[in-house]
Each structure stands twice: as structure tokens, then as C-alpha cells.
Design a protein around this ligand. Structure first.
Ligand SMILES: NC(=O)C1=CN([C@@H]2O[C@H](COP(=O)(O)OP(=O)(O)OC[C@H]3O[C@@H](n4cnc5c(N)ncnc54)[C@H](O)[C@@H]3O)[C@@H](O)[C@H]2O)C=CC1
Ligand SMILES: CC(C)CC(=O)C(=O)O
Ligand SMILES: [Mg+2]
Length: 374
């Protein structure tokens, strides 16, 4: 692959979003410096910060910039002042949901990995989780998050409609089957087909195309059982396909296998645009404290590089993350005794992308209380 020139829209968002995004951008700058690519970063507003600045959680300028970008990198959105005000008419989440819909990002792909370096810190038994490698396909632009919602006039009852069409299921199901063909050929549809009509449509639709993928073994699991099985025996899973809300919940749950919500990246894709985001939210309690783990966003940047077909560059970022874990350069939720901040972990990974030897020097500098910034 030759030298590339790409425009990346960055949506830092709220809470820890700006902190973890700066580290991912630092790592992308290290990639461009090492491999000679030109990445232009265009910062835009979305979420609570956008409401504060413009009155809208997804300003037109942001949407336009995202439409024109080669890729979008998102931190996270959300702020307690809206979470704690159920009557707020304009909400940060409307920005994110609106962007996903407007860009047609119907598939959110969430890899779940157990890291050998973190097994001893896990509340789960090491032998149960070691080697876990799951790819969750979460439908992202349909279901209950996008259905009609409302309240009665006296505000004593409320509703959220869940709807799915066969076409919405087909397009993500084909993607998930194709991924299973390149992996371990196991495919689990997670639903609640014993109760929900939408889930019965999911089963019927997935069953109808399964014969097109004869090498893939199709299995079904009700979501309540799936939530338990993921913790009890995660290694039984390869590709999981599920609808929007179930995917949201079981992937946060699966982060316990990795060791922290701050480790899990994702790619949100459709037929054109692509957005890369950690699976976590804005973790407002950690804002400004320098304790947020930037690795989920840095690994999302690696997925962004995959999207540009920059395989060596993406692998270089993943190797640098492994190197940080090997060396114990992690944020406090992974090791309460750690000395490392969000910025220091990001810096270490960026240095490691540039050159492993420099990275060792940098690590010693951190120990001496000196911070070297790229
Ligand atoms: N994609 C997005 O932008 C998302 C936004 N949200 C929003 O975020 C706000 C907070 O929601 P919560 O339910 O508290 O979810 P959250 O994902 O922000 O945090 C939940 C817990 O996960 C851990 N955590 C999350 N990110 C971490 C990181 N980078 N490093 C270390 N630990 C981390 C912390 O223990 C935290 O208390 C809300 O306003 C919510 O709507 C929630 C999920 C996704
Ligand atoms: C607005 C929410 C649906 C965000 C969220 O929890 C997620 O995408 O994981
Ligand atoms: Mg979520």
C-alpha cells in the first residue's frame, strides 16, 4: 500500500471522550509519521458539548463533515445533566443515534478478546476465558432505540416500539455470515424468539439465508441464557449476531472477559460511511482525572486503519497495545497500583508505534516523572 491521504473527522464528545480521543489521535499521528501517510483531523461537535454550543446534539456542520470524511473517530457522548433530567427535550444520545441513522451505519462490530497479560486480574477464572475471541455483530440503526416512543398526556404510562424489517436483518446477517466463513465457522443468533415477534422475524430471516453459507454452523440462543453463557463459557462463541439493544447489553457484559470496558473497540459500518468508537460511554465520574483507559479508542483507531486497508499499520498499533500490556503500562482500573495516566498510556503506545527502543526510553522517563509528548 502506498502513501495515503485521508480526512478523519474526530468527534471527541463529552466526559472522558476528549481525553481518550486525544490519545487515539496521538497514535494515528505516530502511524502517519512512521509510515508517511497524511491524516488530516477535522474536529467537530456532537453530544452535550454540541447542545451547549449550538442547541443541537448533531449540528448540520458536524453531519456534513462526517458525510465528506473518509472515516469518523468518536470518543463518547453523554452528560449527567441530561441523564438526570428525564424531561429534557434535547438529549446528547439523539446526536449519536441521529448520526448512526444518517450515515446508514447499520452494523456495529465489537471484537471481544481475553488478554493473557490481564488474566490474573480478572474476576473470572483464567482457564475459562483464556483464548476467548468473539466477534459481536450488533444491529445499529433499528429496533427499540429507533421506534416510536411517547407518554400519555398525564405522563403515567410510556411506550417504546420495537420494529424490524426483513431487509434490515438481511443486510447485517449476510455480513455476519461472511465473517464467520473467515473465522471458526460458528454463528450464534441471540434473540428472544420465545416471546418477541421481532425476534421470530430475526430467526426466520437468518434461517432463510443459512443455506448460502454451508460451511457455517448456525445456532440460536435466547438473550437471557446468552448473558449467562458469555460469562460461564465464552470460548463456545465465534460470531454472535443480535439486535440493537441486546447487542448493546451483552457486549458491555462481555467486557468483563477482556478486563475493562475501557479495552473494547468497535467499528460501525454500512454501505458507505464508517465510524470507529469505543463501546464505552462518557464515564463522567472520571472526566479530567486522567484515569480513563484510552485503549478502547486506540484499538478503534486500529480498526479505522483496517478500514483504510492499512493492515501493517493497524497491526503495528495492536502490537503497541500488547507491548503496553506486557510492560504493565495500564490505567488504574486494570491495576490500582499503577502510576500511569490516560496520557502516559497513550504516549507509551504512540512511542511504541514509532519505535520500540524509543518506547523503552519513554517508559523510563515516565518512571522519572518526566513526560515526553509526541
Ligand atoms: N457511545 C456512547 O457515546 C455512549 C454513551 N453513553 C453515555 O455515557 C454516560 C455514562 O454512562 P454509563 O452507563 O456510566 O456508561 P460508561 O460506559 O460511561 O461507564 C460505565 C463504567 O465503565 C467503566 N469505564 C467506562 N469507560 C472506561 C474507560 N475508558 N476506562 C476505564 N473504565 C471505563 C467505568 O467503571 C464506568 O463507571 C451516559 O450519559 C450514557 O448515556 C453510554 C454508552 C455509550
Ligand atoms: C446511545 C446509546 C445507545 C449508546 C450505547 O450505549 C452504545 O452504543 O453502546
Ligand atoms: Mg452501550
Amino acid at each position: 500500500m502506498g502513501i495515503l491521504s485521508k480526512r478523519i473527522v474526530v468527534l471527541p464528545g463529552d466526559g472522558i471522550g476528549p481525553e481518550v480521543c486525544s490519545e487515539a489521535v496521538r497514535v494515528l499521528r505516530a502511524v502517519s509519521s512512521r509510515f508517511g501517510h497524511e491524516f488530516e483531523f477535522d474536529y467537530q461537535l456532537m453530544g452535550a458539548c454540541a447542545i451547549d454550543a449550538t442547541g443541537s446534539p448533531l449540528p448540520d456542520a458536524t453531519l456534513e463533515a462526517c458525510r465528506r470524511a473518509d472515516a469518523v473517530l468518536l470518543g463518547a457522548i453523554g452528560d449527567p445533566k441530561y441523564d438526570n433530567d428525564p424531561t429534557a427535550k434535547v438529549r446528547p444520545e439523539q446526536g449519536l443515534l441521529g448520526l448512526r441513522k444518517a450515515l446508514g451505519l447499520y452494523a456495529n462490530i465489537r471484537p471481544i478478546t481475553a488478554y493473557d497479560q490481564l488474566l490474573e486480574h480478572s474476576p473470572l477464572k483464567a482457564e475459562r476465558i483464556q483464548g476467548t475471541d468473539i466477534l459481536i455483530f450488533r444491529e445499529l440503526t433499528g429496533g427499540i432505540y429507533f421506534g416510536e416512543k411517547g407518554r400519555s398526556e398525564d405522563r403515567t404510562w410510556a411506550y417504546d416500539h420495537c420494529t424490524y424489517s426483513r431487509d434490515e436483518i438481511l443486510r447485517i446477517a449476510h455480513r455476519a455470515f461472511k465473517a464467520a466463513e473467515t473465522r471458526r465457522h460458528q454463528f450464534t443468533l441471540v434473540d428472544k424468539a420465545n416471546v418477541l415477534e421481532t425476534s421470530r422475524l430475526w430467526r426466520e430471516t437468518v434461517q432463510s439465508i443459512a443455506p448460502e453459507y454451508p460451511s457455517v454452523a448456525l445456532d440460536y440462543l435466547f438473550v437471557d441464557n446468552a448473558a449467562m453463557q458469555i460469562i460461564l463459557n465464552p470460548k463456545q462463541f465465534d460470531v454472535i449476531l443480535t439486535e440493537n439493544m441486546f447487542g448493546d447489553i451483552i457486549s458491555d457484559e462481555a467486557s468483563v472477559i477482556a478486563g475493562s470496558l475501557g479495552l473494547l473497540p468497535s467499528a460501525s459500518v454500512g454501505d458507505g460511511a464508517a465510524l470507529f468508537e469505543p463501546i464505552h460511554g462518557s464515564y463522567p465520574q472520571a472526566k479530567g482525572k486522567g484515569i480513563a483507559n484510552p485503549i478502547a479508542t486506540i484499538l478503534s483507531a486500529a480498526l479505522l486503519l483496517d478500514h483504510f486497508n492499512l493492515q501493517e499499520e493497524a497491526d503495528c498499533v495492536r502490537d503497541a497495545v500488547q507491548h503496553a500490556l506486557d510492560q504493565g503500562v495500564v490505567t488504574p482500573e486494570l491495576n490500582p497500583a499503577t502510576l500511569y495516566s490516560t496520557e502516559q498510556v497513550g504516549n507509551f503506545i504512540a512511542y511504541s508505534v514509532l519505535d520500540i527502543a524509543d518506547c523503552e526510553v519513554h517508559r523510563n522517563n515516565i518512571k522519572l516523572g518526566m513526560s515526553t509528548i509526541i
